[in-house]
Design a protein around this ligand. Structure first.
Ligand SMILES: *Cc1c(COP(=O)(O)O)cnc(C)c1O
Length: 383
């Protein structure tokens, strides 16, 4: 029996292990020097003034939307995204308004966004699906014309580029995820980036119970004047990143570019393999984007049949995503989204991660091809 092929698999090596051990040995495992270094380095990499390390992208989306003051207001968003993109809107007191997507990139349809702007619209959450940029210029124009805050959900987009600029640096707030499956991982973790100093300052406070001066700043070695006193200015959360996660993040940044390059190589191989295969479509790539290639999505008629076939071949796959507007929790905000509703039944994410070997990828390709060709021979027997 050949080895099972996972859908995602983090790239972790000696550098990550050493970084963790070093942090453990330092005995400062809470938020501290490594979190600060990670923030500085990440801000520089993305090309923004401020980065605030958090324990998830969900926390970044929540606090970003809270600072955008969406309470009681409408927030435009995609339905084909992870549920916390929508939950963050509700956590911040906003009302999600689902917009349809482009059928070939699965990114927000700017036309539908334009149609759904009302006098009570306050913000737009833009998910860069699969790490490929949404067409940001028209989104930013709409936002400027209507006074809307743009929050980028760049959970898939770490290292992705739109017209020469890194994803996350284009809107007012960018949110990154370092959850286990993402392009770089800290186990769990997130980062909020912004050019707005006041917003960054408020998020720094809200991430730790509304407290004004964190422990590291008051008690770090060499601190000339130690102090136990701090003020609590508003109700906050326990959303900060600890130094174990930050140490992993710093190590992961060293290999991010090379890993993303390998992701793009693998994506090109999938594209080439499926280009001549009837009934199997890859997503379209746009010339304004260099994708971070978070996941490899194909579209097929019998998606559930392919899922079962791959499973039987020892290959994991998954659906990203079940449309949010069809979940029971979000039913009060549901609407008709013809493209989303048609396309989600056809999408399947197949294995993609930097450590995927050409040989394993060839096994995935052969399994997809066998399914597609079998389908054509005996379509009636499917399922
Ligand atoms: C993973 C993901 C998130 C949430 O990230 P966490 O760090 O797990 O909170 C948000 N949006 C999208 C599109 C994601 O894929």
């Amino acid at each position: 029996m050949s080895e099972r092929i996972q859908l995602f698999r983090p790239t972790i090596g000696a550098a990550e292990k050493a970084a963790l051990c070093e942090t453990l040995d330092s005995r400062w495992v809470g938020r501290g020097p490594r979190s600060i270094r990670f923030e500085e380095r990440f801000a520089e990499y993305i090309g923004v003034d401020h980065a605030v390390a958090l324990n998830s992208a969900t926390a970044a989306l929540h606090l970003g939307l809270l600072c955008a003051e969406v309470e009681g207001q409408e927030v435009l968003t995609s339905s084909l995204t992870w549920v916390s993109s929508t939950q963050a809107i509700l956590l911040a007191g906003g009302r999600p308004v689902f917009c349809d997507i482009e059928p070939d990139t699965l990114n927000l349809s700017v036309d539908d966004v334009a149609r759904k702007i009302t006098p009570t619209t306050r913000a737009i959450v833009v998910t860069h699906y699969g790490g490929q940029a949404c067409d940001m210029d028209p989104v930013l124009e709409l936002a400027a014309a209507h006074g809307l805050t743009v929050v980028e959900d760049a959970a898939h987009g770490c290292g992705g580029i739109y017209r020469g600029r890194r994803l996350g640096s284009l809107g007012d707030v960018g949110c990154f995820s370092f959850q286990a499956t993402k392009n770089m991982t800290t186990g769990d973790g997130g980062m909020l980036v912004t050019g707005d100093e006041a917003l960054a300052g408020r998020v720094r406070k809200l991430r730790w119970c509304g407290i004004t001066r964190p422990t590291w700043e008051r008690f770090r070695p060499g601190q000339p004047k130690r102090s136990w006193m701090y003020e609590v200015e508003e109700v906050g959360w326990k959303y900060e990143m600890n130094d174990l996660a930050a140490a992993l993040g710093l190590a992961q940044m060293d290999s991010l570019e090379a890993n993303n390059q390998r992701r793009r190589e693998l994506m090109d191989r999938y594209r080439e393999a499926f280009s001549g295969l009837d009934g199997v479509d890859c997503l379209a790539s746009r010339d304004y984007a260099v994708s971070a290639c978070y996941n490899a999505v194909i579209q097929v008629d019998d998606r559930d049949g392919l899922f079962a076939h791959l499973d039987a071949c020892g290959i994991d796959s998954n659906v990203h995503f079940y449309p949010n507007h069809l979940y029971r929790l979000f039913r009060p905000y549901t609407t008709r989204l013809p493209v989303t509703e048609r396309v989600w039944e056809r999408i399947l994410s197949i294995p993609l991660y930097p450590g995927l070997t050409d040989e394993h990828q060839d096994r995935v390709i052969a399994a997809v091809r066998a399914f597609a060709e079998g389908e054509r021979r005996q379509p009636a027997a499917a399922g």
